[in-house]
Design a protein around this ligand. Structure first.
Ligand code: HEC
Length: 136
């Protein structure tokens, strides 16, 4: 019985460890995705310019709606009023479908995110989120 319990906990620990690795993503791989798929609209360095989208330095720590001099969409602003900051789960939802996620967070059906781009691969999202988390 003792052996069985120990074997079970080993499995549990291994499962936890692999989930943590997945949730953390690979920041180096994420940086490549950011440079190829997001850089047309976003800069990532501290004090970087806004382009079509806001500068993303510190996006996971600065709170929502905080890029200086960027005109966020009305839907984004309504969502940000109810969501003080981004976390891995909300970013994952946002990168999957920006308008749907902001609509749900804002609790209103009108408007659209100014971000029309979607990142369908869950692995790409986990990696790019891990990269965004290093920008602080
Ligand atoms: C075609 C242009 C475009 C592309 C490509 C794009 N974005 Fe955006 N992004 C925007 C715009 C515009 C906004 C502002 C959304 C709004 O106001 O509704 C935005 C907002 C964001 C925000 C919220 C910023 C904040 O200050 O809260 C994050 C995070 C984000 N984008 C991440 C990404 C990532 C990561 C990628 C690449 C995988 C990406 N975006 C690709 C245009 C783009």
């Amino acid at each position: 019985m003792k052996k069985f319990v120990m074997a079970l906990s080993a499995v549990a620990i291994a499962t936890l460890a692999s989930n943590a690795a997945f949730a953390a993503g690979d920041a180096a791989a994420g940086e490549k995705i950011a440079k190829t798929k997001c850089a047309a609209c976003h800069t990532f360095e501290t004090g970087g310019a806004n382009k079509v989208g806001p500068n993303l330095f510190g996006v996971t720590t600065r709170g929502t709606g905080k890029a200086a001099n960027f005109a966020y969409s009305p839907l984004y602003t309504a969502a940000a009023a109810k969501m003080a900051s981004w976390d891995a789960a909300s970013l994952d939802a946002y990168l999957t479908d920006p308008t749907k996620t902001l609509t749900e967070k804002a609790g209103e059906a009108k408007g659209a995110s100014k971000m029309t781009f979607k990142l369908p691969s869950a692995d790409d999202r986990a990696n790019v989120i891990a990269y965004l988390e290093t920008l602080k």
